[in-house]
Design a protein around this ligand. Structure first.
Ligand code: HPA
Length: 233
C-alpha cells in the first residue's frame, strides 16, 4: 500500500491507463479487459488490473488537474514500479478544424501551472511524449483508419477562467487542445525515466462552443482506450 493507493505489491501491471474519471477506469476495465480485479478504492479513485489479450494491463483514475494526477503518478512509479503511463482523457478544441470525437496525440504540453517554474528555478521546461509510444499510437490509428491529430497542446490549471478569450493566444500558436494533466504526466515520466503518452478525445470546442452528446462520449472513449491497449507493451 502507498498513501493514496490500496494495492498490494505486484497487483498493479507495469502499464497503466489513466483516464481522469475513475468511473471511466471502471468502464474500460469491465468492457475491454478480462480477468479483472479492483486494486484500489481509496478516495473512490478506482483502479483495476486485467488482461488484454496476453498483456497484463492496469487502468486507474488520475483525477483532474496536475496536482492530483501527480500524486498518483508518483506513487504508481515509485511504490509499484510502473513503467508505462498512458493517459486517455477528454479535451477542449483550440482549432476550428477539430470536431467533437476527434483524437489527438499530445507531443508536448504547454501550461499556466507554476509547478515546473518552481522545479526549474523560474526557467521553462518542455515536457514531451515518449516518441516510441507516440509512433506506435499513430501507426495503430493509421492501420485502423482512425484519424488522429498530432501536435502540442495546453494543460491548464483553471477549468473556469475569468477571461473568455484566454485560449486565443494558444490557438494562434498552434496548440491543438486544452486539458488539465498532460504537462504533469510528461514531466514526471521524464523525472522517473518511464514512458508516457496522452491520447485525448475532443469533448468540446472553445472555438464553436460545440459539446459532446452522451452518445458521442460513448463512441469516442472506447476508441482512445482501444489505441492505448493496443500500444501497451
Ligand atoms: N478545459 C479544460 N479541460 C478540459 C476541457 C476544457 O475545455 N474539456 C475537456 N477537458
Amino acid at each position: 500500500m502507498s498513501i493514496h493507493i490500496g494495492a498490494k505489491s505486484g497487483e498493479i501491471a507495469p502499464t497503466v491507463l489513466l483516464p481522469g474519471d475513475p468511473l471511466r477506469a471502471k468502464n474500460i476495465a469491465e468492457t475491454m479487459l478480462e480477468d479483472v480485479f479492483c486494486f484500489n478504492e481509496v478516495r473512490g479513485m478506482y483502479g483495476y488490473t486485467g488482461r488484454y489479450g496476453d498483456k497484463r494491463v492496469s487502468v486507474m483514475g488520475s483525477g483532474m488537474g496536475i496536482p492530483t494526477l501527480s500524486i498518483y503518478v508518483n506513487e504508481l512509479v515509485k511504490e509499484y514500479d510502473v513503467k508505462t503511463l498512458i493517459r486517455v482523457g477528454t479535451s477542449g478544441a483550440f482549432q476550428p478544424y477539430l470536431k467533437v470525437g476527434d483524437l489527438v496525440l499530445a507531443m508536448t504540453a504547454s501550461t499556466d501551472s507554476h509547478i515546473n517554474k518552481l522545479r526549474f528555478n523560474g526557467m521553462d521546461y518542455a515536457p514531451c511524449a515518449s516518441f516510441d509510444l507516440l509512433l506506435k499510437a499513430y501507426e495503430v490509428a493509421k492501420e485502423r483508419k482512425i484519424t488522429v491529430h498530432v501536435g502540442g497542446m495546453f494543460s491548464g490549471d483553471s477549468f473556469y477562467g475569468d477571461d473568455p478569450d484566454w485560449w486565443k493566444i494558444w490557438s494562434a500558436f498552434g496548440a491543438l487542445v486544452v486539458e488539465m494533466e498532460t504537462n504533469g504526466l510528461y514531466t514526471l515520466a521524464a523525472k522517473f525515466n518511464v514512458s508516457a503518452l496522452s491520447i485525448l478525445t475532443v469533448s468540446d470546442s472553445l472555438v464553436t462552443g460545440e459539446t459532446a452528446t452522451a452518445e458521442q462520449r460513448e463512441r469516442g472513449f472506447p476508441l482512445m482506450a482501444e489505441i492505448a491497449l493496443e500500444i501497451a507493451p
